[in-house]
Design a protein around this ligand. Structure first.
Ligand code: SDX
Length: 429
């Protein structure tokens, strides 16, 4: 029977080491025994950007990048997108099982009860410039929530922790909608407890004075599906940031603000905004070949393409691409769709992209839908942050319960100066 271990020979000393293998990995601290001299620190691994490092064990989300598989707690994303709702998926991510009827009703009621934000939080938001980026407003305002709920740092007290989770899920759509109204110079629309989660969000975003505002049902369904697709994605950059910050045992509001800051980057959650700017820049389907040539020449990237894990079509992009046509039925086709389809057609045939396994990811088509639904481009990363809040807090909670985890503190390879004495300024060149 093959042994679940590695035998390592250190050619510097001729010594042999037996390193156990668990879950297809080796525990990197097992390498510390590999030394030349007894007082050596011992062997480390070097893994910038964590290309090949598992930072945790998790039971929340499973991705198979080669097969294009994504499952939340074992349920395929395609089935959840078709049959579930965002709040039901948030419950699943946090609790591990789909809720029964009573559990879902209580869950929805509890979150609805936390959609209001303190009037002083609203006043704080009014201090932003008229043209502040809504993602900057989102990050700062979520961080400020930690000053309104100081008890949130009792992170190991389950009822207190659960209350912050309900507050976060309930308040992030309100903060998002208020940031939109702020940049539009429009009065804020308060949450309405009689509306469903998505209906309430769209009403806070778009109702103008009329008490009978009713969001377009196709938009409501589309946003539910988009929120489900964006809810979690295992150890992506922002979720890793959430775990890293959470490992210091700070309150969840401060940790979420840090995670949202990571998501804001154009290589991560800012990509859907970058896709639309790229399509605007191309502007004409006839210019696609010229743009592709520039990308292949290393002049910029095909935004919305490529993924650290998916080396096949992102399963979420498939669902979103189909959903786009449902939305365009109502809104009329986004003229940029043709350019996007031509970019995809060429990229899926062109060896440069095929060799690098660059396929459309979740961000490639989502921006087209958001734009068709009248969301401004700078609001797109906020539409990513709202649902990903469920994923961030699920991983945060899992981290707190994990006996393997402690404060994150990686090591480094030091290549700086050796010890040297201070030089008085009079003696410096
Ligand atoms: C999200 O991690 C997650 O799960 C993220 C996410 C989630 O749900 O949380 O899925 C959400 O962030 C989706 C990704 C959105 N970002 C973009 O669409 C931006 C464009 N894509 C990339 O910049 C890139 O593909 C990344 C950042 C997504 C992944 O980058 P990697 O894995 O670090 O790959 P790399 O930068 O090392 O690139 C490998 C090669 C390079 O070429 P060579 O140096 O080998 O010649 O592929 C090239 C890159 O130049 N490449 C691209 C490209 N992406 C990679 N070339 C052109 N266009 C691209 N989009």
């Amino acid at each position: 029977m093959a042994k679940e271990s590695l035998t390592i020979t250190d050619n510097r000393t001729g010594k042999l080491y037996e390193i156990p293998i668990n879950y297809g990995t080796i525990h990197s601290t097992d390498l510390r025994q590999i030394k030349v001299h007894d007082d050596d620190f011992g062997m480390m691994t070097y893994d910038p950007a964590f290309m090949n490092t598992a930072s945790c064990k998790s039971t929340i989300t499973f991705i198979d990048g080669d097969k294009g598989i994504l499952r939340y707690r074992g349920y395929p994303i395609e089935q959840l997108a078709e049959h579930s709702t965002y709040l039901e998926v948030a419950y699943l991510l946090l609790n591990g099982e789909l809720p029964n009827g009573t559990q879902l009703a209580v869950w929805e009621k509890d979150i609805t009860a936390h959609t209001f934000i303190h009037e002083n939080v609203k006043k704080l938001m009014e201090g932003f410039r008229y043209d502040a980026h809504p993602m900057g407003m989102f990050i700062s305002t979520v961080a400020a929530l930690s000053t309104f709920y100081p008890e949130a740092n009792k992170i190991f007290d389950a009822p207190t922790r659960q209350k912050q989770i309900l507050r976060l899920l309930g308040k992030v759509p309100t903060i998002a909608a208020f940031s939109y109204r702020h940049i539009k110079g429009m009065p804020y629309v308060y949450p309405n407890d009689n509306l469903s989660f998505i209906e309430n969000f769209l009403t806070m975003m778009y109702s103008i004075g009329s008490p009978n505002f009713k969001p377009e049902p196709v938009f409501e369904r589309a946003l539910n599906i988009l929120f489900i697709l964006h809810a979690d994605h295992e150890q992506n950059c922002s979720t890793s940031a959430m775990r890293n910050i959470g490992s210091s045992q700070v309150d969840p509001y401060s940790a979420i603000a840090g995670a949202a800051a990571a998501l804001y980057g154009p290589l991560h959650g800012g990509a859907n905004e970058a896709v639309i700017r790229m399509l605007d820049h191309i502007d004409d389907i006839k210019k696609v070949p010229e743009f592709i040539a520039k990308v292949k020449n290393g002049e910029g990237r095909l935004m919305g393409f490529g993924h650290r894990v998916y080396k096949n079509y992102d399963p979420r992009a498939k669902v979103i691409k189909k959903l786009a046509y449902d939305v365009f039925e109502v809104t009329g086709k986004n003229p940029k769709l043709e350019i996007a389809l031509e970019l995809e057609r060429i990229a899926l045939e062109d060896d440069y992209f095929v060799k690098r396994k660059l396929y459309p990811n979740v961000d490639f088509y989502s921006g087209l839908i958001y734009q068709a639904m009248n969301f401004p481009m700078e609001f797109f990363p906020v539409l990513f942050a709202i649902p990903r809040t469920a994923g961030w807090i699920s991983h945060w909670q899992e981290l707190l319960m994990d006996p393997d985890q402690k404060i994150a503190r990686p090591r480094q390879i030091y290549l700086g100066k050796e010890a040297r004495d201070y030089v008085p300024i009079s003696k410096r060149k």
